[in-house]
Design a protein around this ligand. Structure first.
Ligand code: F0G
Length: 361
């Protein structure tokens, strides 16, 4: 293994892998941490960063978890892997299992997976099964298959997934020259990622690499916010949302399996949990693209929308050093982007008309 400058396997000493020969990698991680001066100024913030996980090989943070999870499957000699997914997990698992020569089955909530993600899962050669049901039901089904020994489950209940994803925390420290951010803002669905990032920061603190810890701040969509509801009740248990609904289909989840870990991250870091509406998500998605040139999918924009809301509520201080994690690439969901944009102008091949247009931009 050639040690990479930056990326998941740079942190090998912190990863539970015994046989380096078995590593299944697409060179994931090492994603940009952008200083966002324009958006920061607009919001009156001193130091705003975006950790853009959309720059991963399959376009989402899931690749960090899959490189470790599929490597583990390889170590264990497993032939069939599977997952339930709102889209990104299936795209990522399909890619890594293809690279590892494994059979892969993915269960998707029919009609509710963004186009790019569906195309990826299909094209990498996974067996794609759409159920007439939502993500939570798909996960329940695939868990039963795993319990029956039919496949190795690579949802985020698999602890090796979170081991890979904790490197988001490591990289943020590294990229900020060990100045720990005051706050990390993360969109929350099945609640694995916020738990993983928190684990990363804690491990760096335990090994003496950093001294401080960030406030973990989770953002859910209004139509799928069981963790926010629990937080507002000051509770450690959730009441599942029966029919979750949001434009941010990646986080359209009513019964997140990792909720205990996520709530622990939020409570013990002195963080917060808030929800945002679909309209706020779309506005934030546009603002990030137009102020910073960063195109993210709707679920990812929830972190920016949450930041804006918490600033208004006075929960976030303008002096804080803040990192918003944008979890997936904007190209994943072209329909959402087109719906939120002005239509292109269509003209004849006429220079006069074209000139009149350029005068008005
Ligand atoms: N953002 C994006 C783009 C996601 O795809 C997901 C989860 C999340 C945020 C939430 O992360 O579940 O760890 O809290 N997507 C999963 C999937 C559920 O199937 O692709 P989480």
């Amino acid at each position: 293994l050639r040690k990479r400058e930056i990326g998941v396997w740079r942190y090998l000493e912190y990863l539970p892998v015994e046989n380096l020969e078995k590593i299944v990698s697409l060179q994931e991680g090492g994603t940009p941490l952008y200083r966002c001066k324009n958006l920061g100024e607009e919001l009156g913030l001193k130091e705003l960063y975006v950790k853009n996980e959309g720059a991963n090989p399959t376009g989402s943070f899931k690749d960090r978890g899959m490189t470790v999870g599929v490597t583990k499957a390889e170590e264990l000699g497993i032939d069939v892997v599977g997952c339930a997914s709102t889209g990104n997990t299936s795209a990522s698992l399909a890619a890594y299992s293809a690279r590892a020569g494994k059979k892969c089955i993915v269960l998707l909530p029919g009609g509710k997976v963004a186009l790019g993600k569906l195309a990826q899962a299909m094209f990498y050669g996974a067996k794609v099964v759409q159920i007439r049901g939502n993500f939570d039901e798909a996960l329940e089904m695939v868990r039963k298959l795993a319990e029956d020994g039919k496949l190795y489950l690579l949802n985020s209940i698999n602890p090796f997934r979170l081991e890979g994803q904790k490197t988001i925390g490591f990289e943020i420290c590294d990229q900020l020259n060990w100045k720990v951010p005051d706050r990390i803002i993360v969109p929350v669905g099945n609640a694995g990622n916020i738990s993983a990032i928190w684990k990363g920061f804690k491990e760096f603190k335990e090994t003496g690499i950093i001294e401080d810890l960030p406030k973990m701040t989770g953002i859910q969509a209004e139509g799928a916010k069981p963790i926010v509801d629990a937080f507002k009740r000051n509770s450690r248990s959730i009441v599942p949302v029966e029919n979750p609904e949001t434009i941010a289909t990646a986080i359209r989840i009513g019964n997140p399996v990792n909720y205990p870990k996520a709530l622990d991250a939020i409570y013990s870091s002195g963080g917060y949990a808030e929800s945002v509406s679909d309209r706020e998500i779309t506005e934030a998605q546009k603002l990030l693209a137009r102020k910073e040139g960063i195109f993210v999918e709707p679920a990812s924009a929830a972190s920016i929308a949450g930041l804006m809301k918490l600033l208004e509520m006075g929960i976030i201080d303008k002096d804080e050093r803040i990192v918003c994690v944008t979890t997936g690439n904007g190209l994943k969901d072209p329909d959402a982007a087109i719906r939120a944009s002005e239509r292109p102008i269509e003209i004849e091949c006429d220079m006069e008309i074209l000139k009149s247009i350029i005068e008005k931009i």
